[in-house]
Design a protein around this ligand. Structure first.
Ligand code: JFZ
Length: 393
């Protein structure tokens, strides 16, 4: 349908972006028990719908998210325009179940787009195909008239999203249950999207592979140079869930960034804002620490995704740009650090942005000496190794 050169062109910024902010925000945020609460607790539609009138987020709170994303070193954002609950955070002519017509009284997607653009961040729209609120959302599988209505509704909303908010950088579909890509008429839908947004990139969750893969909750590089982005929760829920306090630390996030960089992918890290839009404190703290670290060592993450053979090591792992190999040490062993598996001759070793380090190398065993007892950077000390030739891939 479209040529590979065009895909590469559209994906260029994405392949260099590395780090993005996912935002799950909806009526479920008011209950604070995971974004699947309607389904998991079998809340009847009539009861759940009442949440549409009690939601009163703070005006323009998306500006706080965008500033935080920027500060964290993120380069794009993806927000839920409609999750499985069916409530639309955008203005839709096709339903009254929207932020404009109910409690919030305004277009939350418009506010989000404006906020992201103001910080120079790329804009992504998450849109759930599965819909627990639409009357045809389930019966569409067995009833052709219902399928026709539902598919027209979904295509119509996707068209609204691609028409009313200016340039959209990412369309992030989710859950295509219960229909097949043929039943969704996904090819036609995505062709319509591309006709309205020629530069957009589309994920693989309409059931068609499109532009990039979306492994979830585990870092699995895509095959054959295909673009990929892993999405991760901050705690163990996507939607606001204060009873779930298992938040990731800055250390964990940086370790994930190193792993996605090594595989040439991106990390889309989720925040689940409170109903008023506030970001949970543990997320703010960790993101600021990550940003501070990236301001010093970003080059070893953003621009260092050349492939190289890696052996598992408890003390850390590699990223690479050309003949510069970065060893990210996040478990500091003390005054001496040995690194195995690097076969190229090392010409120089130093702390990234700092002093040279004395070393010896015998075959693929590199030993660094006279190191401080405590880690110079507890989150991740980056050691820059200049090597001869190209490391094995
Ligand atoms: C979906 C949603 O159900 C969830 O609420 C959240 O929005 C997440 C980002 O996406 O959950 C999924 C989707 C795909 C897989 C697992 C969970 N998957 O492919 O393994």
């Amino acid at each position: 349908m479209e040529n590979t050169g065009d895909r590469e062109r559209r994906l260029k910024w994405f392949k260099e972006a590395r780090f993005g902010m996912f935002i799950h925000w909806g009526l479920y945020s008011q209950l604070g028990r995971h974004e699947w609460v309607m389904n998991r607790e079998r809340i009847p539609i009539e009861e759940y719908e009442k949440l549409a009138d009690t939601w009163h987020p703070r005006p323009n709170v998306a500006r706080e998210w965008a500033r935080l994303a920027k500060e964290a070193g993120m380069r794009y954002m993806v927000m839920t325009t409609k999750h499985h609950e069916g409530f639309c955070l955008f203005d839709s002519k096709l339903t009254d179940y929207t932020a404009v017509k109910r409690g919030p009284g305004r277009d939350l997607v418009a506010e989000y787009v404006e906020a992201a653009r103001a910080e120079g961040l790329r804009v992504g729209f998450y849109y759930s195909l599965m819909d627990w609120h639409h009357p045809d959302g389930a019966r569409c599988k067995f009833n052709e008239a219902a399928r026709r209505r539902f598919v027209d509704y979904i295509h119509g909303q996707v068209k609204e999203l691609c028409t009313n908010y200016g340039k959209v950088d990412i369309l992030w579909y989710d859950v295509n249950w219960p229909l097949t890509p043929e039943e969704w008429e996904a090819e036609k839908m995505n062709a319509m999207v591309r006709s309205l947004q020629p530069d957009i990139i589309i994920n693989d969750r309409s059931g068609l592979p499109e532009d990039f893969g979306t492994p979830e909750q585990h870092i699995t590089p895509a095959k054959e140079g295909r673009a990929w982005e892993v999405c991760m929760t901050f705690n163990d829920s996507w939607g606001y869930t204060p009873i779930d306090t298992n938040y990731k630390s800055a250390w964990t996030v940086i370790s994930m960034l190193r792993q996605v960089a090594a595989g040439g992918g991106n990390l889309l890290l989720n925040i689940g804002p409170a109903p008023d839009g506030s970001v949970p404190e543990p997320c703010i703290r960790a993101l600021r620490e990550v940003g501070e670290w990236l301001r010093k060592y970003g080059a070893s993450i953003y621009d260092a995704s050349d492939p190289m053979e890696q052996e598992w090591m408890i003390t850390g792992g590699f990223t690479r740009k050309g003949n510069i190999v970065y060893f990210h040490c996040n478990r500091w062993p003390g005054n001496q650090l040995a690194i195995g598996g690097l076969r190229n001759k090392v010409l120089r070793a130093r702390f990234m942005g700092g002093d040279d380090i004395r070393f010896t190398q015998e075959k693929d065993r590199l030993v660094l000496y006279d190191l401080p007892t405590l880690p110079p950077e507890p989150l991740d000390t980056v050691i820059e190794l200049e090597v001869e030739g190209t490391p094995r891939q």
